[in-house]
Structure formats: structure tokens, C-alpha cells
Design a binder for this molecule. Sequence first.
Ligand code: DQQ
Length: 490
Amino acid sequence: MEDLAGQNIYSQWAANQERAALKEKFANDPHRPLYHFLPPSNWINDPNGVIHWQGQYHLFYQYNPLAADFGVMLWGHAISPDLVHWTDLPIALEPTPGTADATGCWSGVVVDNGGVPTMIYTGKNGREELPCLATSRDNLVTWDKYEGNPIIAAVPEEVAGTDFRDHTIWREGDTWYQGIGTGLKGGGGAVMLFSSPDLYHWTYLHPLYRGDPGVENEVFECPSFFQLGGKHILIFSSISRSYPVYYVGKYTGDQRFEPESQDRIDYGGNIFYAPQTFEDTAGRRLMWGWLKEGRSREEHRAAGWAGVMSLPIQITLNEAGQVCFTFAPETQALRGANTEFGVQPVSGDHLLDTLQGDSLEIDAEFLPGAASSFGLILRATPDGAEQTRLVYDTASGLFSIDASRSRSDREGVSDSSLMAEAYTLQSDQSLRFHVFLDRSVIEVSVNDRVYLSGRIYPTRADSQGVGLFAKGGEATLKKMEVWQIGSIWE
Ligand code: DQQ
């Protein structure tokens, strides 16, 4: 903390030079992702301020540039013309001693206020958390904090403690609305609704949505509220559940959200957290989430980096009205050398002779046939001692990432996960696994609908095998296309 006393120690920091200088340090790190966004070194958590501005995608993020661990949080910043290739920019926001953000600039958003890029974020001052505002005069690179911060002076009466943070902002006619995550007296999490004519002066209205009061010590973090088709969606990260959820429902005339259904966003191993969404200029709803480490604190501290951003995920409604999570098509720009596999029967375990790699996109379609389970084998050693499986169980309809043998120095590393609902297949229905493997990161979209993520840390250099398997009978691989992916930083 002393580091912050009265001086802008990070302001002059030139991120690109830093990444180049660190290249050698991380060159031999087999777990560091090649094409998922992460900062030059040290700690990243939530995506912040995601916005499509004058042809560039801006990704800000919670950042501790001083250690591979959570600490005093700043806003890191990167831009991309295409959603997948990034350029680091200088730190966008850092704490100012003696003000409402003296001990941290926590999560928030950037909105376009009549051409003025305007950031609303949570100022952390000791235990106090209150909304603060900053504006940019130079295309979102440097930010001037509003002298009147905090823009909301105190938490509403119903708020249980000091957890009052993270922002979702939208406009209806001439009025701005802001939802802030919290937990309420009497139990349950909530998103508190405020309105403003100008983003600077806010009036508290009521909870946009209050969760089950029976849930003790609940706090809703990182709300994101938006319209999708004819529905409204509220996303938040639940502290009590340790994962983000989405609620689909109605936004009523009196500005309250009434959910009709809910589900988790990620059916992986609680790696994905604090997602933020935005609408790009093409009208698409895109999302990034923070993929936490799945290894010990000692390990990530020793590695010198911790956390990574998910790929850009597109959120749509399908014909049945289900919310679907798929990878933004721009990820195709990452594709390198390609290998194709045609129709073939699959039974037992079969490592492919012609394919190896730890940085791949795999698009595979299976017919279950008589198999009781089937799927893909990744990061396998030739002897099978290390391997990770993407498994579809036909009887239960459950999909899982089986990471129990992903690292041979640990027993039973578990990343068991389920599809959103049992999806029992008839034998003529195919199942699509769209997979991105990036060394320690796995992201999967199943049947263009359900999203799963996981982290794995194989210990052997020869954990590069890719294979197919089926148990209890024969399955059929209808087709599979695989692309090698290189680094986005070279
Ligand atoms: N992380 C931020 C908070 C948010 C939490 C602090 C979620 O604003 O509630 O880094 O990961």
C-alpha cells in the first residue's frame, strides 16, 4: 500500500515494452496460453469496460501488475481491431490516495455519453465501496477522474454490509439507469437500481432484482443487464454459488426484473467468473469472462502470472428460445495449419497418429451409435498416463471435462462438469464439440449452446496427443476439423 502514497507509480508504464522484456521469462512456460488474452505478467481478474469504440474493441481488466496474486486493483487496458489480436495500452486507472478509490479501482463499465467515453467503476476506500466516474479525452487511453467522486455518496438503507459494487448501465430515452451488485439485510443478493439524467447525479429507485432472502451472506457481483430478442437477461456472479448465472425474464413497466428461468453460464469447474457483456456496433451481444487458475497459489505465484481472459463468447437465443453460448466467429482468424478427419468408427481409446498439439481448435461431430459414452482425448502422453477427456455420457445426457488424469503429479484432479440439462441422444442425433485448447486452458461449446471451461496443468512435455474414444459400443465420428493455433503476440 505504501507504494501508492502520493505518486503515480504505474502511469508511465509502457506495456508493450514490458511484454517484450518478459518474452524470455515466459518462453519455456508450458502452461502460459498463446492466444487467450492475458497481461504481460502478474495478476488479472474481471473484464471491465468492454466497448466497441471507433472500430476498436477495448478490453479493460482488473489488474495487479505488482504480483501474480490479488492485490490493490488497477484497470489494465488492451485494444483489438478483430476481437482476437491485442495490443497492450498503458494502465488506464489507478488508485488516488486520499480519495474514494484510495485502495482500489474495482470493476466497472465504459459507456458512450454523447461522444464522451465515460467510465463508471467501484472506488474502494478501505472497506467502503462506492461508484466513481472518469472520462477520457483521448480515445479511452488516459482518464480524468471526476472531482465529485464518489457519484453515489452512500449505500441504500437495505444494503447489508459494505459490499456494494460493479455496474451495469443502460439508457432509456433521456434517462440513464445503473444496476449495482450487493447483498441485503435479511439475506439474499440484489442488483440495486438507480437513475440519472447525466451519469453524474443518481437517484436510488429500488432493487432491479432481489434474490432468495434465504441465502445468507450472498452478494451479487458484476451484474450485466440487457435485452436479447424479446427477452431480458440478467447475468451476475454469485458469491454463495462461486459461479456466474443468467436469468431470463421480463423487465416490467415499473423497472423491475422478473425472472422466468435461470441457469449457469459455465458448466466447467468453477473456473469462469465475473463475465461482462456488451453490444458491439453490429448489434451482437458479446461476453468475456475471467478464467481463474486451477492450480495452487504457490504454483501461480512461482509462475509469475495468474488468470486469463476467455475467448470472446457470443450470446444468442435459438429458435426454441434457449440462450446459446458460442465462440465469436472472429476466432477463425486464429486458425493455422488444418487437418481433416472423415467418417470413421470409434471404439475403445484411439490416439491419432497424424495429430499432436497443445494449442488447437477442434470442431468434431459424433453420432453416439451404441456407445454408452464417447468423446475426445486431449493432452495425452503416448502411454496415456496423462490425459484429459471431454466425455459425453449417452444414458444421462451429461457432458463433462474429465481432468482426473490431467497431471500425473496429482491424483484425481477433478473438473467434473455437466451440460445444462440432460440431453439424452437418439442414436441418429449428432453431437458437436467445438473446442479451444490453449495449453492450460480448455473452452468448449457443446451443440452451439452450452459453454464449459477448464484449466489443466500436464507435467510431461509429451502430453501432446489427441484422440477419440468410445465405451460400451461403437460411436461414429462424422467429421472432425482441427487447426493448429500460434501465438497472438508474435
Ligand atoms: N472482482 C472485483 C470486484 C468484483 C470481483 C475486484 C469479482 O469489483 O466484485 O477485483 O471477481
